[in-house]
Design a protein around this ligand. Structure first.
Ligand code: SF4
Ligand code: FES
Length: 248
């Protein structure tokens, strides 16, 4: 198929960006979206032009790097997948496709479609871990009984890949879905309950410090999340935060 790509180009964090139009032809429906971007970049290099910078790594929906806003949707016009899992058969011959970076104050643009998501790292550093005594007396994790429902909910929360689509699709650029998934994956398990109060307060504080907006329950994050992280995590985090503040 033949397509017209309208791509956000920006030389650097402080440069002014703009949408640039690139026609592209002979794109196979079985190609992934990133393979289509590779074809474009090869053509640009052959013409002596600067290729489009975009993040990617695993190309199989695991690492969360392929942050692209495609036709006004985080990770494009499909559900439950990342940009690297999007196939060109989702588009029609003659389509015009708009490709932009995540847009949020806390995710400044580095170049073209690449944004700096280290604000997520700062939140994780604030409390997204458990402190384990590794002196040799550590209890084997398998020896601690965990209710099946809690284990399942913790597992579901742990599938968050930190891609940032929730922030990009939220009109407030809120990181509540991400933070609540990271809080939940630990606080639901016995090993994470020890520091649960301290953790939720520190992570919410870090989220605010990094400049993310507030949650107003519009639910766009849940719709666009490639891993189906549920809004129930936000409700759980709000309960935990309230409880922790009362005990503080
Ligand atoms: S909650 Fe979903 S959209 Fe947000 S960072 Fe995690 S996987 Fe990505
Ligand atoms: S490149 Fe790793 S999730 Fe897309």
């Amino acid at each position: 198929m033949n397509l017209t790509l309208k791509i956000w180009r920006q030389k650097g964090p402080t440069e002014k960006g703009k949408i640039v139009t690139y026609p592209i032809s002979n794109i196979d429906g079985d190609m992934s979206f990133l393979e289509m971007m590779d074809v474009l970049n090869v053509e640009l290099v052959e013409k002596g032009e600067v290729p489009v910078a975009f993040d990617h790594d695993c190309r199989e929906g695991i690492c969360g790097m392929c942050s692209m806003y495609i036709d006004g949707e985080a990770h494009g016009p499909d559900r439950g997948i990342t940009t690297c899992q999007l196939h060109m058969r989702k588009f029609k011959d003659g389509d015009t496709i708009y490709i932009e970076p995540w847009r949020a104050k806390a995710f400044p643009i580095v170049k073209d479609l690449v944004v700096d998501r280290s604000a997520f790292d700062a939140i994780m550093n604030a409390g997204g871990y458990i402190s384990v005594n590794t002196s040799g007396n550590t209890i084997d994790a398998n020896a601690i009984p965990i209710p099946k429902e809690d284990a399942d909910d913790a597992f579901e929360a742990a599938t968050c890949i930190g891609c940032g689509a929730c922030v990009a699709s939220c009109k407030n650029a809120s990181a509540m879905l991400f933070v609540s998934a990271k809080v939940s994956q630990l606080s639901l398990l016995p090993q994470g309950k020890v520091e649960a109060n301290e953790r939720v307060i520190k992570m919410v504080e870090a989220m605010d410090e990094q400049g993310f907006g507030n949650c107003t329950n519009t639910g766009a994050c849940e719709v666009e999340c490639p891993k189906g992280i549920s809004l129930e995590n936000i409700a759980r985090m709000n309960r935990e935060y309230l409880k922790a503040m009362v005990k503080k």
